[in-house]
Ligand binder design. Structure first.
Ligand SMILES: *Cc1c(COP(=O)(O)O)cnc(C)c1O
Length: 379
């Protein structure tokens, strides 16, 4: 079965009790047992809920994985994966991560004596160099947020396998439509389903997809034990979102390519970061491990914070907002918005400067979007 078909059908058979074509929202916390211990597979909705089960099956199929697990947010998914670690264990992570993930590593799990070392993820050897006998997990995001840098998933997975270390990849930016980390050797795929999978900026959610049975059982245990699970309605919204993932992603990427090319030629712009541009230093790797380049772009303007502020406040179609991956276009200033919690020295190292702007390209008409950026940039 191909991607588009899986998105619409896997886990989403007609409802067995009524024939409802669309998976119902099982808005229930509990399930009545026929007799003591005899039930239809559900006892309590933190542990399992049929709407969530449908979503978990569909997401696993889209990533080409065996098992899916859903969470109340992307960070809930990440926190639950981190429960696989014990005090004294270490993480080696790419240094250009979602700001909330860095906050979680540095300010929450560090309190449980789980140390994270950050490396420039563009060179796989950097991960290898930081591995110690305590390293239990490698964490990477590719393409990264907001610099759109890549890590070679296959190379890093070989390093991780050789040392018996788990590799987790946050696949939020590419979505499974453009990148399948499990096929490239990753053990754990993490998503913020809030973004492209949900796709309509109307729900917060997260997911984990794995192939290994034992790993699935462990994370499933923590899913229930920690309890950061999504409600039935939120599961249903994501399930509805993924039905159109393929058509949306194609349009996001087509629009983003045109906008990146427009920005690259604009005299007020110093540098554009988009993996689909030939000028992107890792364009070849992007072509190798992705089947498309996604809808996220960041760019540096010739100017400072004042000009950046003026631009992000002048767009009319691009909404000034955090988040990404919805059908509508968004614009933001990472330094003061999404990455405000990241230590200044780390931001400096990464290039998250006050003249950096990030856009999430929506699926509106691309000429309208380009005209909006033109007027915001002052033509
Ligand atoms: C948004 C985001 C997260 C966190 O997800 P939430 O659903 O907001 O908790 C994690 N990783 C990436 C890449 C994200 O963009």
């Amino acid at each position: 079965m191909e991607f588009e078909t899986k998105a619409i059908h896997v886990g989403q058979e007609p409802d067995p009790t009524t024939g409802a074509t669309i998976t119902p929202i099982y808005q229930t916390s509990t399930y009545t047992q026929e007799s003591l211990g005899k039930h239809k597979g559900y006892e309590y909705s933190r542990t399992g809920n049929p709407t969530r089960t449908a979503l978990e099956a569909a997401l696993a199929a889209l990533e080409g994985g065996k098992y899916g697990l859903c969470f109340a947010s992307g960070l809930a998914a990440t926190s639950t994966v981190l429960c696989l670690l014990k005090a004294g264990d270490e993480i080696v992570a790419g240094n250009d991560l979602y700001g909330g993930t860095i906050r979680l590593f540095n300010r929450v799990f560090s309190n449980f004596n789980i140390k994270t070392t950050y490396v420039d993820g563009r060179d796989s050897k950097n991960f290898e160099a930081q591995i110690t006998s305590k390293t239990k997990l490698i964490w990477l995001e590719t393409p990264t947020n907001p610099m759109l840098r890549l890590s070679d998933i296959k190379e890093v997975s070989q390093i991780a396998k050789k040392r018996n270390i788990l590799l987790a990849v946050d696949n939020t930016f590419a979505s499974p439509f453009f990148q399948k980390p499990l096929d490239l050797g990753t053990d754990i795929v993490v998503h913020s389903t809030t973004k492209y999978l949900g796709g309509h900026s109307d729900v917060i959610g997260g997911a984990v997809i794995v192939n290994d049975k034992k790993l699935h059982e462990q994370i499933k245990f923590y899913q229930n034990a920690v309890g950061a699970t999504p409600g039935a309605f939120d599961s249903w919204l994501v399930l509805r979102g993924i039905k159109t993932l393929a058509v949306r992603m194609r349009k996001h990427a087509e629009n983003a390519q045109k906008i990146a090319e427009f920005l690259e030629k604009h005299p007020k712009i110093k540098k554009v970061n988009y993996p689909g541009l030939k000028s992107h230093p890792q364009h070849e790797l992007a072509k190798k491990q992705m089947s498309g380049f996604g809808g996220m772009i960041s760019f540096e303007i010739n100017g400072g914070k004042d000009l950046a502020k003026k631009i992000v406040e002048s767009t009319k179609l691009f909404a000034l907002a955090e988040s990404l991956g919805g059908v509508e276009s968004l614009i933001g200033h990472p330094d003061t918005m999404t990455h405000v919690g990241v230590p200044k020295e780390q931001k400096d190292k990464l290039g998250i400067t006050d003249n950096l702007i990030r856009i999430s390209v929506g699926i509106e008409d691309v000429n309208d979007l380009i005209n909006d950026l033109k007027q915001a940039l002052g033509n």
